[in-house]
Write a protein that binds this ligand. Structure first.
Ligand SMILES: Nc1ncnc2c1ncn2[C@@H]1O[C@H](COP(=O)(O)OP(=O)(O)OP(=O)(O)O)[C@@H](O)[C@H]1O
Length: 253
């Protein structure tokens, strides 16, 4: 359970002024929910995720995970951030084993567990490749495997598919859902794409423009497992998309 209470973040800018990024966020996210965060560019989506990860400190309010105050990163919260790229000097296997080695798992066991995860993300044949030898989609699969390998209860994903071409993006979304349906960990997923948010999520949190506050929380009541071709002709799915698009483009009355 993630409990976010009156959370605010103000940054000091390089010019010495203050910049309010997030204002008075209250959220309660139960275990095992897939939650997406949508909102205009610069509204504080990444900042919110970084604070849940313990990489940034709140200026006001608090974040608790299972009742414990978040003050620093921990293995219970696994980031898949674009900035957390793979180590270029390690192989795919070395990258995925790294998170486990960090937690004291001996090398042989870490590599065996890493291989299991590489099979799950269909990269086992590329275990000994270096990141530069992989496509963008394969790199993101490796980054996801690296985080999932140490089994965090909470997965923090910041636009993980944002840089991928449309086809690869759809493939990785479907693969992520298949994995998540087995794992059922809590996912906080930042995205710009309304269709991605609706397809993946149990709940979509829409933030206002800067400083970000919660504009609307929408429960996505669509059956699982989700099949995209069925969703595309599902009236409820279409209504969610239209509603979210209107919120984001400011056309909402
Ligand atoms: N380290 C920082 N120092 C100063 N300001 C920052 C810092 N990090 C973020 N900000 C500011 O906080 C606001 C929110 O940034 P953030 O990256 O969280 O937004 P976002 O919603 O994720 O944006 P995007 O959708 O464009 O990725 C922005 O105005 C940004 O300039």
């Amino acid at each position: 359970m993630i409990t976010i209470d009156h959370l605010g973040k103000t940054f000091k800018t390089a010019r010495g002024t203050e910049h309010a990024a997030l204002l008075d966020i209250d959220l309660h996210i139960p275990d095992g929910q897939f939650v997406s965060i949508l909102g205009p560019s610069g509204c504080g989506k990444s900042t919110l995720l970084y604070m849940v990860g313990g990489f940034e400190q709140p200026s006001r309010g608090s974040i608790k995970v299972d009742g414990r105050l978040v003050t620093q990163p921990g293995p219970d919260r696994g980031p898949v951030f674009q900035e957390y790229a793979l180590f270029p000097w390690k192989t795919v296997l070395g990258n995925v084993a790294y998170g486990l080695r960090e937690q004291g798992v001996p090398k042989v066991q870490a590599e065996a567990r890493a291989m299991v995860w590489l099979e799950k993300v269909k990269l086992d044949k590329y275990a000994h490749f270096y990141p530069r030898e992989l496509s963008g989609g394969m790199r993101q699969r490796a980054a996801i495997a690296r985080t999932l390998a140490y089994e965090p209860g909470i997965l923090l994903m910041d636009e993980p598919f944002g840089a991928l071409d449309a086809h690869t993006r759809l493939t990785l979304q479907a693969e992520l859902l298949t994995l998540w349906e087995q794992l059922r960990n809590t996912v906080l997923f930042v995205t710009h794409a309304v269709d991605e948010a609706v397809y993946l999520s149990d709940r979509v949190i829409v933030l206002t423009g800067s400083p970000g506050t919660v504009r609307e929380i929408i429960d996505i009541d669509l059956p699982r497992p989700r099949v995209r071709s069925e969703l595309l002709v599902n009236r409820k799915y279409q209504d969610y998309i239209v509603h979210l698009e209107s919120l984001l483009t400011g056309e909402h009355a």
